[in-house]
Design a protein around this ligand. Structure first.
Ligand code: KG4
Ligand code: ZN
Length: 339
């Protein structure tokens, strides 16, 4: 089965063709970061307009690269939510119209389900059930993935997401949005002994997170300590360590609590090398396995949506309506087949 995947939930237009027989993947991503950088965050109206401009050229590009025609695809998957409603509607209406014209199944995929299943694109040995840490600009969740479409949220952030915390402090240190990746690079030059920030909520036995106090602590330290490059690097180091250690502690608890032996790390922050290193050490210590997507598929992309669409169709999901599904808010565990 060849599935066309369309991702437009935020500021990346991602288009992909996934062939489930051969595992072949062809994809293209256009990132709008330059458009939003002057505003210090994503401007929803600009995002929608740019998706409209880019979606058709990218679809054409991907079909040309894959040497395929529209008649070769058997299904279309698009991100139905959560995300920016205007941006979602661009991909959803494009996908639904094309699917209707071609008379092929067209389905809405949950954005986080896309991230969650993305390591399966390159790791055929990853099998349900598994634990997943989803860390992105908008979300921080620990999820027990029981089977396709059946996800139990074990814990989530009560305020800021991990990526959002990286981005907000990066902005304060003078990096353009989204500054998470640059903050991680700067952290490598930081003095490990100068600052130590709190590891929020680790005294609390549950699996929830809270990063807003840590953000305030980093911001206050910066204001008190000066604006030189070394201070910025020291703050970047201390912030990254606090976020990574907090995530690692909660992952250890979740693995021990559930008895699961596979941990999936996904979402934009899964590109963070320090987080990968710490989770690798943890999983080795617990005789578990760690899976994460290749770097190019860590942030938003169409490949994960094409794959999640394929997985849903293969698991027997019925496509029985012509509605355009777009939901700004859509809890990951709201469509479970069973608990
Ligand atoms: O999954 P994603 O592309 O979009 C959302 O659904 O939010 O994640 C983007 C987030 C941004 O906050 C970005 O700063 C963060 O992932 N990110 C990183 C790194 N690479 C991307 N944060 C820390 N270290 C990185 N290397
Ligand atoms: Zn995402």
């Amino acid at each position: 089965m060849i599935v066309l995947g369309i991702e437009t939930s935020c500021d990346e237009t991602g288009i992909a063709l996934y062939d489930s027989n051969s595992g072949r993947l062809t994809h293209a991503i256009y990132s709008q970061t330059e458009i939003h950088a002057p505003y210090g965050g994503v401007v929803p109206e600009l995002a929608s307009r740019d998706h409209i401009r880019k979606i058709l050229p990218l679809v054409k590009e991907v079909f040309t690269k894959a040497n395929l025609h529209l008649r070769d695809i058997q299904a279309i998957a698009y991100t139905g939510g959560p995300g920016l409603i205007g941006a979602l509607l661009v991909g959803a209406s494009f996908a639904r119209s094309l699917g209707w014209a071609l008379s092929i199944p067209t389905l809405a995929v949950h954005h986080l389900e896309g991230h969650l299943l993305s390591p399966m694109l390159t790791h055929s040995e990853l099998a349900f059930p598994f634990l997943a840490l989803l860390v992105s600009g908008g979300h921080t969740l620990l999820v027990k993935a029981k089977k396709v479409g059946n996800y139990e949220v074990l814990g989530e952030t009560l305020d800021d997401a991990a990526g959002e915390t990286f981005d907000k402090i990066a902005k304060l240190l003078g990096f353009p949005y989204p500054g998470g990746p640059q903050l991680a690079i700067l952290a490598d030059k930081g003095n490990p002994h100068r600052f130590r920030f709190p590891r929020p909520m680790i005294e609390n036995p549950n699996l929830d997170f809270s990063f807003s106090g840590l953000k305030t602590c980093a911001a206050t330290t910066f204001k008190k300590s000066g604006n030189d490059r070394q201070t910025k690097a020291d703050i970047a180091y201390a912030l990254q360590e606090a976020i990574v250690e907090t995530l690692t502690i909660k992952c250890r608890r979740a693995l021990e609590k559930t008895g699961l032996s596979q941990l999936v790390l996904a979402g934009g922050v899964s590109a963070n090398q320090r987080l990968r290193q710490k989770l690798l050490e943890l999983t080795q210590k617990l005789s578990c396995r760690l899976f994460y997507p290749p770097l190019e598929l860590c942030t938003d992309n169409g490949a994960m949506i094409a794959y999640a669409g394929y997985a849903r169709l293969a698991s027997g999901q019925k496509i029985d309506d012509l509605f355009i599904h777009a939901k700004a808010r859509w809890p990951l565990d709201s469509f479970n087949h069973e608990k």
